[in-house]
Every structure is written in structure tokens, then in C-alpha cells.
Design a protein around this ligand. Sequence first.
Ligand SMILES: Nc1ncnc2c1ncn2[C@@H]1O[C@H](COP(=O)(O)OP(=O)(O)OP(=O)(O)O)[C@@H](O)[C@H]1O
Ligand SMILES: [Mg+2]
Length: 362
Amino acid sequence: MRSQVSLAFLNTGQGFIVALGLVIVMAMAANGVVNGNMTIGDFVLVNAFLIQLYMPLNLLGMVYREVKQSLADMEKMFSLIDRDVEVEDAPDAPALRFDGGNLRFEDVQFGYDVRRAVLAGISFDVPAGRTVAVVGSSGGGKSTLTRLLFRFFDVGAGRITIDGQDIRTVTQKSLRRHLGVVPQDVVLFNDTLEHNIRYGDLTADDAALNRAIDQAQLRDLIGNLPDGLATMVGERGLKLSGGEKQRVAIARMMLKDPGIMIFDEATSALDTATEREIQRALRDVSKGRTTLMIAHRLSTVVEADEIIVLDQGRIAERGSHASLLARNGLYTAMWQRQQAEREEEELDVAQDPGVVPDALAS
Ligand SMILES: Nc1ncnc2c1ncn2[C@@H]1O[C@H](COP(=O)(O)OP(=O)(O)OP(=O)(O)O)[C@@H](O)[C@H]1O
Ligand SMILES: [Mg+2]
């Protein structure tokens, strides 16, 4: 606005000076003609001179605005450049040597704020090719585990290793190349559906794209959209439903085909039937691949090799589904609660199909 105001002043002032000068000079020239010491031709010549002089003056306003705008842009750029990078690669860091993908958390402690620990010493192992599930109450630090793994933050104490290499010692680029995530809050670019899926691997061919679309159960959706794959998804993907966004994220990750897969509530927004289909597809692709699965709905993780129950930043219980049930602890309580809820829902629907179940109505 300041730039616009000053430009308006400049233009007005310039116009005023130009007009005033023109009047005075033309008056002088006219006077000369009247007195007889100038001819009509001289009068026209003076006018022509003046016009040639003013032309470049008019450009001045435009140049002024350009310079102002560029200065503003440069300021923005420098403030961006000056921003500190929170997590930096170690000098001369080598690339990650990926070998099967043995993932290890060793006594990891972390807090976003020094005054409050989110993870208070977490140790677990995901052997290459195995699936480990993490469950626990909301805010327990499950998503934080994935952020640490991607090195969006560095651990406060302890370490995270992949195939024996501390992830802080390798480059972030090589680390992230081997990791694929379906995040809890999917972010899409305001671009076409196709570009958003291809973002997983920009060099993928059409066959791979189609495979990913099928695995993520996106075929029907694309068939129903008037523009198909060319549909614009809107800012952050706001024109897609929550479940559709999740499926785009799943397709994106399948296309990337990473060595280690992380699912953070990957199917939480889907209906039971679609969820079952996708869970089957996920099981297929995660076979033989290191997988970290975070879920609230316990029924989606019963087949994991190990289930870890996080509570208050610590591992409260761990083991297979059956052994956890046998312990009769936190996990059992969560499981029974969810089973009861599900039965109630099914009962409600069965008894009175006209009534919307609570879960849907709220
Ligand atoms: N960027 C952040 N800055 C500060 N605090 C954060 C940040 N992200 C998360 N937290 C806090 O850390 C805690 C753990 O968050 P996290 O996202 O890991 O929970 P979660 O176990 O994934 O929960 P949910 O099941 O609801 O997804 C929360 O109490 C949250 O308030
Ligand atoms: Mg989370």
C-alpha cells in the first residue's frame, strides 16, 4: 500500500510539473511568435522537443514501481534464506546404506518443549521385513515417532538406527528416499489428482501408476469424476473427502515403493468395507517389508508381529495380539471397549435400520 501511495504522489506530481512546464514554455513560444522573433514552425518545433523530453519522464514511474516491487521480493527472499535449518546434515554425511531395513529405536527421548517430555525412553526393534504396530491413547506420541524417523526433529537422547546406522549420521535425502509414509493429516498440492499421486515417484510409468491406483481403491472415484485424473484437488486437497485423501496418500506411497513403510492412521477415515479392501492391499505390499503401523482401531493391527502399547511416553505393554490379550492389561481393556462399541453399533443397525447409529449422527 505504501508503494501504491507513493507511486500515486509521484504520478500526480509528475503530471503537474509536466503540464505546468508545457503551459509556460508554450506561452513563451506563443509570445515569441506574437513579437515576431519566432515563426509558427519554431512554435511547432518547441512542442515536438517537449514531447520528446517528457516521454522518458513518463517511464520513470514504471521503473520506480518495478524497483520497489523487486526490493520487496528481495526482502522476502533474504528472510527465507536467513531462516535457520532446524535439522542439518552432519558435515560429509554419507548416504544411507539400505540393507533390508532393520529399524531400531534405542531409548529414544524427546520433547517438543524442554519442559514437557513426549517420549520418555522408547526402545523397540522392527526387524527387516516385519510389521510392528504402535497403539495408544491420543497424544501419546505415536506420530512423534514417525516425525523423528523422518528427522523432522532430532531425538533428545538415545538414537534411531536403520540397518545399524544412526540416522543422524546419514544425509536426510538418502534417509527419506527409503521411507514412505501415509501420514495422519494428508497434504495434497493444489494440482491434478494425477500429479498428486505421481508425486510419490515422478519418474514412474503409467503401468505403475495404474497399479497404485488399483491398490488404493481409487479406480471407482476416478471413474466417477467428470475430469478423471485431471481433476484439480483444491488447496491442500480440500475438494476431496477425508477418505479419498487418505487413498491418494496410499497410492502415492505405493508408487514410491519404499523400503520402510509407515502408516499413521492410514485408513481411519474409511468405511469398514473399503478399509478391509485397503488393509488387504497394504498387507500384500508390506509383505517382506519393514512396516511401522500406527492405529486406533485395534482390529487393523491384530496381525502385526509385535504390538506396542504407548502410554504417557513409555511402552506400557508389548507383544503379539494373543499374548497381550492374555496379559489382561491396557491392551485388553482397549480391545474390549472397541469390541463392545462395534457390537453395539451392529446391534443398533440390525434392530432398527431407520435409526442412524450414534457414531454416524454425531
Ligand atoms: N509440533 C509440535 N509442537 C509442540 N507440541 C507438539 C507438536 N506436535 C505434537 N505435539 C504434542 O506432542 C504430543 C504427542 O503428539 P503426537 O502427534 O505424537 O500424538 P499421537 O500419539 O500421534 O496422537 P493421535 O493418536 O491423536 O494422533 C501431543 O501432546 C501434542 O500436543
Ligand atoms: Mg498421531
